[in-house]
Design a protein around this ligand. Structure first.
Ligand SMILES: [Ca+2]
Length: 359
């Protein structure tokens, strides 16, 4: 892929929702559903234990023989190493490439599923951002109809719309449910919701660098998480959009919306759906120039956020692309592609996976 210009980048953001401040309360946003032309809407806001070697090859000491600590269930060990963060041939915010060192960590081999998120909610009584009622005092002059809890839903052929009653249990609105989709990634979860889940699970969200390091699977600069060849029609590599976005999804990978996790082959590190299915929240603030000054050891992201398209809005990074990413559009399923979203936003194509530090 050759370099791409800024205009293309902006167009690519259409699959997600452009958010801007309403100017009333900090947790509110007006959604300008652009791209598909949808007007303004009010938005609520190893361990290799010491890597020990026997002191004597003939008679090793028990004290110095250590078995690798097994990865927690559903997680894989991502060994430490060095890699090139970013892509000088990608979008402007993927530049400049930066060689960084990474410590080992464990990573969920799949996106967090509806069934897993349900366990969290049952155990804690947690209420997600999209389910929380809005206080009309925070929205003087706004039609109460526009203050109902809800979330943004993409409908094929129509585009994005704010749907009251849409939330993780009802991803496309009140009449939809997750029944039969227990093994699909949870969606309509905000960054705050994802952080809360991770904390409950004894985990955390990945940094953007950890996510990309894991996605590249040890390859120097792969075009895709599976290698350099595009996903084939005969053997799809990921749940993405086939056909011309946003008009028609041919669905030749068999999925027009989310797919059950692990429906496609894993990458070289054993991670599923690092491309497509749903965007995944990372811990970092978003800035287009984040890599210019990124630490060269376990970068944690910039200290603050800047989205030149919406300078007043704080944004967090999402990665990996979704079932809405098409070759003719965002190609957000590339391992270096970055997206930005306000942390109080839930979307029908955005979920997350967790990582965990080694003891
Ligand atoms: Ca698909």
């Amino acid at each position: 892929m050759g370099p791409v210009d800024n205009q293309r980048r902006r167009d690519d953001q259409a699959p997600t929702v452009h958010l801007s401040r309403l100017g009333m309360a900090p947790h509110l946003r007006v959604i300008a559903l652009s791209g598909a032309g949808f007007g303004l809407l009010v938005w609520p806001m190893g361990v290799w234990l010491a890597g020990c070697q026997p002191t004597s090859a003939r008679q090793p000491s028990l004290a110095t023989i250590a078995k690798p600590v097994a990865a927690p269930p559903g997680m894989v060990l991502i060994k430490g190493g060095e890699f090139v963060l970013g892509n000088n041939n990608g979008f402007p915010d993927e530049r400049p490439e930066r060689r960084v060192k990474m410590s080992p960590f464990w990573m969920d081999d799949s996106e967090v599923t509806n069934a897993e998120f349900e366990k969290f909610v049952e155990a804690t009584g947690y209420v997600t951002t999209a389910e929380k009622p809005l206080d009309s005092k925070d929205f003087p002059g706004v039609d109460p109809q526009d203050l109902q809890p809800g979330a943004a839903v993409f409908t094929e052929g129509k585009g994005w719309a704010y749907v009251p009653g849409a939330n993780w249990k009802h991803p496309e609105g009140p009449t939809s449910s997750i029944k039969g989709r227990e093994n699909h990634p949870v969606v309509q979860v905000s960054w705050d919701d994802a952080v809360a889940y991770a904390k409950w699970a004894g985990k955390r969200l990945p940094t953007e660098a950890e996510w990309e390091y894991a996605a590249k699977g040890g390859m120097p600069q792969p075009k895709f998480v599976w290698g350099d060849q595009p996903s084939s029609e005969a053997k799809p590599q990921a749940n993405i959009w086939q056909g011309e976005f946003p008009k028609k999804n041919l669905g030749s990978d068999k999925f027009r919306r989310t797919a059950p996790v692990r429906s496609f082959a894993p990458n070289r590190f054993g991670l599923y759906d690092m491309a497509g299915n749903v965007w995944e929240w990372c811990s970092d603030f978003y800035r287009p120039d984040a890599y210019k000054s990124a630490s060269q050891v376990n970068p944690q992201g910039p200290k603050d956020s800047l989205d030149p398209d919406e300078p007043g809005s704080v944004k967090r990074v999402t990665r990996g692309g979704s079932f809405l990413c098409a070759e003719n559009y965002c190609r957000g399923y590339r391992p270096t592609a970055r997206m930005k979203t306000t942390p109080d936003t839930g979307l029908c194509h955005t979920g997350f996976r967790c990582v965990k530090d080694l003891p």
